[in-house]
Each structure stands twice: as C-alpha cells, then as structure tokens.
Write a protein that binds this ligand. Structure first.
Ligand code: SF4
Ligand code: SF4
Ligand code: SF4
Length: 410
C-alpha cells in the first residue's frame, strides 16, 4: 500500500479494517472531525462501523460528511485504507437508503456541464456568476452561493491542440487534460504542452476524456463504471504509441492510478497498464528531467510564492515533486503550506449544507497565505486553486505554468 504504484481491489481495501488498533491518530488529523462534532471521525466511520456494515444494512449519514481528503489513510500507522473504506460505504449508502441529490448529479458531470457552458461562454459566465442566479440556485438546488466557480473559456484548449504539428522523430507522450483544462483552465494545458515540447516530446492529447472522479467520490458508482471503462479502453489504445501518460490534475492521475481498482475492481491487465503508465506531470519531470531543469530554470520577476500541495498528493505517495522543482528556480523563495487541506474536497464544499465545514477548514490556510503575502499561490489541483484564489484574492496557478515561465525567461 505504500508503493505509489501498488493497486488494490475493493476486497483488499475492506480487509485492511482488521489492522485497526484504535490508536485514534487518524481522528486527530481529520480536518472535518476537527471542525464539527457532527462527524464522528475516520476511526468510527471507517474501520469501526465497517464491521457492522458487513452484517447488516445501516441507517447512517456520517460517510457523506467525509470530504475524501485522504489524510487519515496517510497518517494511519497500520495501513488501514480508511478513506477508501468510507467511500465504498458511501456507494452502498446510495444503493440502500439515500439518493444522490440533483445538485450532486450535476457536479458529478463536469464534462457535460463544461460542454453545455462552452457553447456560449460569455452568457454562461454571466448567468453562473450573477448574484440572482446564485441566490436561486442556492434555494432550489442547495448550491452554496459563495462556492468558487471557474469561468468557461470557450474550447481554447481544443483549438490549441488542433493546431499542433505531429513530429515523428520525437518520443511520444500522452497528455491527459481532463475536464478542467478542456473547459476552464486552458492555460494549464497549454503550459503543459509547451513544457513537453521544450523537453523534446511529441505530445498526443485528446479532449473530452473524463475520469469520473466526482461520481466515484460521491458514491455514484453505477454510472461511473461504464464511463470509467470507456476511459480505460481509450487510454489502452493510446498506450500502443506512448509509454507514459501525464496529467496536470492530481485528482485525474490519482483516479486513473488507483481508484478504478479500489472502487470498481478494475484489476484487469488493461486497467493495470493504464494505472502503471499514468504520472503526475511534476512527478514525471522530476524523475525524468531533473538535470535539464536544474540547468535551464531561470530566475523570475517574483520574490516569493506560496505552495499548497493538495491533499491528494498524500494518497499518491510521491512526495512534493512540484515543490522540489520550484526550489530549483534561482532566487525564488517557495513557502510551503502548513495546512493539509483547503476544505473544498472536490465537489464537497459546493453544497450549502456542507459549506460551513469547508469554510472552517480553509481558515487556517487562508490565514497563512495572508500573513506570507506571496506574489503568487501555486497549487496542483483545480478546485483547490479556484477555492484559494477566491478566498485570498491572490492569483493562484498550477506549478507547470511557473515552470514554463521560468524555462522561457532567458
Ligand atoms: S490511525 Fe489507523 S489504526 Fe489508528 S485508529 Fe485510525 S484506522 Fe485505526
Ligand atoms: S478522508 Fe479526510 S475528511 Fe474523510 S475521514 Fe479521512 S481525514 Fe477525515
Ligand atoms: S478529476 Fe479530472 S477528468 Fe476527473 S472529473 Fe475531475 S477534472 Fe475531470
């Protein structure tokens, strides 16, 4: 389980509950349990209650209060896969006694929302960011009116991809853009393609692929299964031409690497091949191009940046590759966040009923950033970036954008 390439099935995940010695360490680190008494905590909701779930159907709500940050699993000294036990419980909960809300179903389909919103992006943005719409959406759907919303960008990434020339002399690599780059954060995707081009790759990419993580983390497993299988079939074909798949989203890469096996029991050879091939882009750059980066990263017109590693990084078990790379930039002070979680938890902080938990969790991070007064905040995860930028009013970008600027800054 400590190896970042290890893959487990749901049966193996559930079996880890027997390792729990009730030490309580996970509870003391859980960001949700630390801000609300409504959530009984990871030990209780994970291994302790799982024993009873195995023998009877329980009327419980606590799995839904977990934001899936993964911190409990990463601190457990006995290898209990607490976060995944709780996520599997969420799925069973939906099957038995609790339906998925209409709002959650919308949030679970960022690809569909992005496709619709990008038909007329300026109109979609006007509606989505208007006070009246947000007020009505909060009343009718339970969408928190202050939740961070990205802006639709009108397929700019797809247009950029369509203009790329194929160079047969170069090594191929596949870039998994995911919904956020496809529909909102096109600059992140373009920066990734430009950095890979500087490094001499022929980049193959395809828009419209979604890993279905929001469905998986909210327990909508039945719908996620078909979509995830299609993604595996698609990526398996790509592996005929490339050795590695890289992603700028720590959520997408974590899902493709581990979550299909843990939640959907995708342990067939195709899924394992995809799982072994996917890398976070900074992880890949650090492993494969450290020498080039240490010689070619140039100083920037910035004094200090603040780096918040999203909580999924702990589940990746790969350390802080973006932080290691940014420390190679001459003259740049990189302040490391002391907060484990920004509170947004993917789609968790978007619902009105959970927003007070999400907002309480983020206070610590926001206070740190405000006291450091950095020129920029850097974070690998899209929803964390949107959350941090909205809360601090400081521009928040992906590390690959900083790396590109530094490589270009001769
Ligand atoms: S940290 Fe691990 S062993 Fe300790 S209570 Fe939590 S699940 Fe059990
Ligand atoms: S995943 Fe995060 S929120 Fe959920 S129980 Fe574990 S530490 Fe708490
Ligand atoms: S994790 Fe990535 S591909 Fe999956 S839904 Fe989110 S942005 Fe889309």
């Amino acid at each position: 389980m400590n190896n970042n390439l290890a893959v487990s099935s749901s049966k193996e995940i559930l079996e880890t509950m027997d390792n729990c010695t009730k030490c309580g360490i996970c509870h003391s680190f859980c960001p949700v349990a630390n801000v609300t008494k409504e959530f009984p905590g990871p030990k209780f909701t994970g291994p302790q209650t799982q024993r009873f779930r195995m023998i009877e159907s329980l009327e419980e709500l606590s799995p839904d209060l977990c934001n899936g940050c993964g911190i409990c699993t990463s601190v457990c000294p006995n290898g209990v896969a607490i976060t995944d036990i709780i996520t599997l419980a969420k799925s069973n909960l939906k099957k038995s006694n609790k339906k998925i809300s209409f709002l959650q179903k919308i949030l679970n389909r960022p690809d569909t929302v992005g496709t619709i919103g990008n038909y007329i992006p300026f109109l979609s943005n006007f509606i989505l960011h208007s006070y009246i719409f947000r007020f009505i959406a909060e009343k009718l759907l339970g969408l928190d009116r202050n939740a961070p919303m990205p802006k639709f960008t009108g397929r700019k990434f797809k247009k950029f991809v369509n203009a790329i020339n194929f160079n047969e002399d170069r090594t191929n690599i596949f870039y998994f853009s995911g919904c956020s780059v496809d529909h909102y954060d096109y600059e992140v995707g373009i920066s990734a393609l430009k950095v890979l081009d500087i490094l001499g790759y022929n980049v193959i990419t395809e828009t419209g692929l979604c890993c279905s993580l929001p469905m998986l983390s909210s327990g909508e497993f039945d719908k996620a299964k078909d979509r995830s299988r299609k993604t595996i079939v698609n990526l398996k074909k790509k592996l005929n031409n490339v050795r590695n798949i890289v992603s700028t989203s720590t959520s997408c890469s974590l899902t493709l690497r581990k979550k299909y096996s843990e939640y959907l029991d995708f342990v067939d050879q195709d899924s394992l091949n995809v799982s072994r091939s996917i890398k976070d882009i900074c992880e890949y750059l650090l492993e494969t191009h450290f020498d080039f980066l240490s010689k070619n990263l140039n100083s920037l017109n910035l004094k200090k940046v603040f780096y918040h590693g999203p909580c999924q990084l702990k589940s990746h078990s790969m350390g802080l590759p973006a932080f290691e790379i940014m420390r190679l930039i001459p003259g740049l002070k990189v302040v490391l966040s002391e907060a484990d979680c920004c509170g947004i938890g993917g789609t968790y902080g978007y619902s009105k009923e959970k927003s007070y938990i999400s907002n309480s969790i983020k206070k610590n991070l926001v206070e740190q950033i405000r006291s450091e007064k950095p020129d920029l905040v850097i974070c690998d995860s899209e929803t964390c970036r949107w959350n941090i930028q909205k809360s601090t009013k400081i521009k928040t970008i992906h590390p690959i954008q900083l790396i590109l600027t530094s490589l270009n800054n001769y």
